[in-house]
Design a protein around this ligand. Structure first.
Ligand code: NI
Length: 256
């Protein structure tokens, strides 16, 4: 069994007490690759550091919409520099729009922060990792305007209809432990219509722990529960689903 957790935040303070111990247990749990995702400049630097110290961990750099309000042009230059700093940087992310928390950043700032970083990704020929929470269609609009084809919409929470549009645009879609929750009907309906070659699996740890660990700290070892549920929904063999999503992740992030 080979598993690729395509979205984890190992840099998170919740892992300060046992980060290295956890990382050392990944392979025996079938986790052969991890994408460590940055969410601001500091965490992007940490992400690079973690990836450089572990051969099976790769990383992305970028500024999450939550931090868009105070972002400066110099910060975008730093993202661009960080992205070229290490061969382990495989994507720009996570970037996008989040209107769920109204107090985080203004809509204008979020949109310009997203657009600027899409431009960086295009310039460097890197894929993007997209965060879309209650963006009311703005993410889709921007992805279309910018003609993005090399991206993944992570922790997908949209409808089956939106999933179809994204697939037609050539994008990837990844799911978290949310699909294991009892109230996941919408996510399951979306999952059903997405071709398996466009799917990736992720923990988004330390958040979003799947059942039977819901509510606890999540980590990449639990990605197998997401794969199990995905295999069940797609009517596929578990091993086969693991292998296909593993290869999808490798191809998407350009990892050999
Ligand atoms: Ni995330």
């Amino acid at each position: 069994m080979k598993l690729f957790d395509t979205h984890a935040h190992l840099d998170d303070g919740q892992f300060d007490i046992d980060r290295e111990q956890l990382i050392s247990e990944m392979r025996e749990n079938g986790v052969n690759k991890i994408m460590e995702v940055g969410s601001d400049l500091k965490s992007s630097e940490k992400a690079i550091d973690i990836a450089e110290n572990h051969d099976f961990i790769y990383c992305s750099v970028g500024i999450h919409p939550e931090f868009a309000e105070t972002v400066t042009d110099k910060d975008f230059e730093t993202v661009c520099k960080l992205a070229q700093h290490s061969k382990k940087v495989k994507a720009i992310g996570e970037i996008g729009i989040d209107y769920h928390y109204n107090d985080c950043s203004s809509r204008e700032k979020q949109i310009s922060c997203f657009e600027n970083q899409i431009d960086i990704a295009n310039e460097l020929d890197l894929p993007i990792i997209v965060h879309d929470r209650d963006s009311k269609g703005d993410v889709l609009k921007i992805l279309k305007e910018k003609k993005v084809t090399n991206g993944v919409v992570h922790c997908f929470s949209g409808s089956a209809e939106t999933a179809k549009i994204l697939v037609n645009m050539g994008l990837m879609i990844s799911f978290t432990g949310v699909i294991t929750f009892k109230n996941a009907r919408k996510a399951i309906e979306a999952l059903k219509v997405i071709p398996v070659e466009r799917l990736m699996i992720e923990t988004d740890s330390p958040y979003m722990a799947p059942e039977p660990y819901r509510g606890r700290r999540n980590d990449s070892r639990y990605v197998k529960y997401i794969a199990q549920k995905m295999a069940e929904v797609k009517g596929m063999d578990f091993e086969e689903l693991c292998n296909i999503t593993y290869e999808n992740g490798k191809k998407f992030f350009n990892i050999d």
